[in-house]
Design a protein around this ligand. Structure first.
Ligand SMILES: Cc1cc2nc3c(=O)[nH]c(=O)nc-3n(C[C@H](O)[C@H](O)[C@H](O)COP(=O)(O)OP(=O)(O)OC[C@H]3O[C@@H](n4cnc5c(N)ncnc54)[C@H](O)[C@@H]3O)c2cc1C
Length: 640
């Protein structure tokens, strides 16, 4: 302990024997310590209070069923909610969607909604205020015993300790915001990945607090206290200060190596694994630095270990059971892989049947492919429906090949053609996303179809959606991309013929049916590649290779227009999603109630929809019972 800290401790346990200035100062420092501890508890009181209110609001949110006369609920007649409570509730929701759904400050924060930015602003404002109030802004010049030197004592120590205490108290929050087995998701109903933005920013706030805490104590012990350099040398050699230096080193690593540019440079896998290890080391170093606040670090470690433990349990639940030989053991799922397209257009379809805990449409699993590496697992969304009771679940995944594990997976798919590869899965993860209204517009960009397809398949066959309009809008690069989910589209086409669903496909890189783009197009079917110059050529190819004809015929059958099933070619343009949403709202029946848009795909689609959907909301109209002005958006964020 340094002489200064010793003095603080002495002053606290016995009458002050120092000069009056030092005694006064030390009294102030101790008072500020007590207040800092109180503020950290109050902060958690506020956090828990907000979560409790959130959970209660979810429980008491009114249902439309109770608000609309029964006869109107089932008919196409103009149905509108009569209950004032329901209308007021939805009116507030629509106003919030109008103003807080669109994105703001994207050049600084990236593609996040205003609500996320607002929450961050409130957290930052709260922390700023509570870092600066109840600090004694006073300077004491006090003599150093046995010398003719003077110490300069200011409110800096109290301020530095305040931000240190708040940084400790924020650590469990940051860990909670990052965990996959998320208690926050249970309470709020929000899927864990949507907390990622706040996790990153709370982490950055902790970094800034730690940096300032270190800087201020360095100035105090290296400059303001005398004599120098002996005071500083004693200070820096203290074990708790050495722990503090390590903690600062670790938090700096976490900050630098989670910058987007640095992740691009080091690769996502390095980021993920090093983040996990270094964050645990940071928690340990903080414990070593100031063990009187160990409980914040213990809470953080408990959340980390719980998350890890539940993940391992998740693997067990998915794979441990009776094996073929009748004994209990570990059985990976035998998966077939199929590839479509080449280069940046490569997509892999995975299929397997395997006993696993049931999932809900929109949830995802983490898949590990031991044939590639047992150290990597990646999140993917099943595009198949969960099984009906008693049946063995069938999993289908539609995966875009990028440059890491998914690239190697595409290579493996071509190598193992005709056989299977083991898959280890853990999950399901993510909050259950239900449309909660008969009017459902599902929008998918490319492989985002894996999120939207099961929602639409379920809605198209459900009684709950009979009074509304269920529409799937799928934006693909090329018409042949429809082959990824050929069987499922067949089911939707049949449903569309019955008037239960509409499917609108937009092909962005082709100008019309059977038109290629001049590039070499490779069609892959059943793992066999078929090289052709243009798609139009595929149709004309001689039957030398029957695979060609089959593949091309598949495409022409897939894009065939039928009742409720349309394909629009945009020849290099993107669809105007604002118009798509407006058209949908125009055509959706009033008896279908409010409108829910659920979407997944490239981030640009999310941005366009946030802006388009935000504009369609009007709280005043909703208050008058016009439910079509109450439009919600669920965006399946994949961080791509
Ligand atoms: C909840 C969720 C559901 C998803 N569902 C699907 C799906 O159904 N189909 C699909 O094609 N893609 C889906 N993705 C995206 C998919 O997980 C990534 O494309 C995949 O992990 C990339 O692996 P890679 O090693 O080839 O990536 P790389 O080429 O090495 O990196 C490309 C980018 O992929 C992302 N990424 C890499 N590894 C991970 C990881 N372990 N976790 C999260 N992101 C990662 C990073 O943003 C990275 O910058 C989903 C992502 C999330 C978060």
């Amino acid at each position: 302990m340094t002489s200064a800290t010793m003095a603080v401790v002495e002053r606290h346990i016995q009458p002050c024997v120092n000069d009056p200035g030092s005694c006064d100062y030390l009294d102030g420092v101790y008072w500020m310590h007590d207040v800092s501890m109180l503020y950290s508890y109050i902060m958690w009181g506020v956090i828990l209070g907000i979560l409790a209110v959130w959970a209660i609001l979810r429980l008491i949110s009114p249902s439309r069923r109770a608000s609309v006369p029964k006869a109107e609920l089932e008919t196409q007649a103009t149905a509108y909610p009569r209950g004032a409570y329901y209308r007021a509730w939805r009116s507030v929701a629509a106003t919030r969607q109008r103003y807080l759904l669109p994105e703001s400050f994207t050049s600084f924060f990236g593609r996040v909604t205003r609500i996320q930015v607002l929450i961050l602003a409130i957290i930052s404002g709260y922390l700023l205020v509570f870092s600066l109030v109840a600090i004694i802004y006073k300077t004491y010049i006090t003599p150093v015993k046995g010398t003719n030197l003077f110490n300069t004592r200011t409110g800096m120590a109290g301020f530095s300790d305040r931000i240190g205490v708040l940084a400790y108290a924020l650590t469990p929050l940051s860990v909670l915001l990052s965990s996959r087995e998320s208690i926050l998701s249970l309470l709020t109903g929000i899927s864990y990945q949507h907390f990622n933005f706040l996790h990153r920013w709370v982490g950055r706030i902790i970094f800034v607090q730690s940096f300032l805490h270190t800087l201020v104590w360095t100035v105090i012990e290296g400059k303001l206290y005398q004599p120098q350099p002996s005071v500083y040398q004693t200070f820096i050699a203290e074990p708790y200060i050495i722990w503090g230096c390590f903690a600062m080193l670790f938090i700096t690593f976490l900050y630098v190596f989670s910058l987007r540019r640095v992740i691009q440079w080091t690769g996502y896998e390095f980021f993920k694994k090093s983040h996990y290890v270094v964050a645990s080391l940071y928690i340990g170093a903080c414990w070593g630095h100031w063990d009187k606040l160990y409980f914040w670090m213990l809470a953080s470690l408990i959340v980390v270990l719980l998350d890890l433990g539940l993940r391992i349990l998740g693997i067990g639940l998915n794979h441990i059971g009776y094996t073929k030989s009748g004994s209990v053991g570990f059985t990976p799922a035998p998966a077939t892989l199929r590839t479509f397209g080449t280069g940046p257009d490569t997509v892999i379809r995975i299929d397997f049947s395997h006993p696993s805990p049931a999932w809900k449409p929109g949830q995802h699993y983490y898949l590990c492919f031991p044939a590639l590496s047992i150290w990597q697992s990646h999140p993917f969304t099943p595009s198949s429906l969960p099984p009906t009771a008693g049946a063995t679940p069938h999993h289908t995944y539609i995966i875009r090949a990028l440059s890491g594990e998914t690239f190697r997976l595409a290579k493996l798919a071509r190598e193992i053609e005709g056989t299977t590869t083991p898959v280890i899965l853990t999950g399901p993860y993510g909050a259950r996303v239900t449309p909660e209204t008969p009017n459902l517009l599902a929008v998918a960009g490319g492989t985002g179809i894996s999120f939207s397809l099961p929602l639409v398949l379920e809605a198209a066959g459900s009684e709950a959606h009979k009074a509304g309009l269920v529409q799937l809008v799928w934006v693909v690069r090329r018409a042949r991309d429809l082959a990824w989910v050929k069987e499922e589209l067949g089911v939707l086409r049949a449903r569309a013929a019955e008037g239960r669903v509409e499917v609108r496909t937009f092909v962005t890189r082709e100008g019309g049916p059977m038109e290629g783009d001049g590039e070499e197009v490779v069609m892959v079917d059943g793992g066999k590649e078929v090289e052709v110059e243009k798609m139009v050529a595929v149709v004309d190819v001689d039957d030398e290779n029957p695979q060609n004809t089959e593949a091309s015929l598949d495409v022409s059958a897939l894009v065939e227009e039928s009742r409720g099933f349309s394909v629009t070619y945009l020849d290099g343009a993107h669809p105007d999603l604002g118009t798509v949403v407006d058209d949908y709202i125009e055509r959706s029946p009033a008896s279908g109630g409010r409108i829910q848009v659920m979407a997944s795909g490239p981030a640009g689609i999310g941005s366009a929809l946030r802006s388009a959907v935000g504009k369609c909301n009007d709280g005043r109209k909703v208050g008058r019972g016009e439910e079509k002005s109450d439009v919600g958006l669920y965006w399946d964020d994949r961080f791509l």
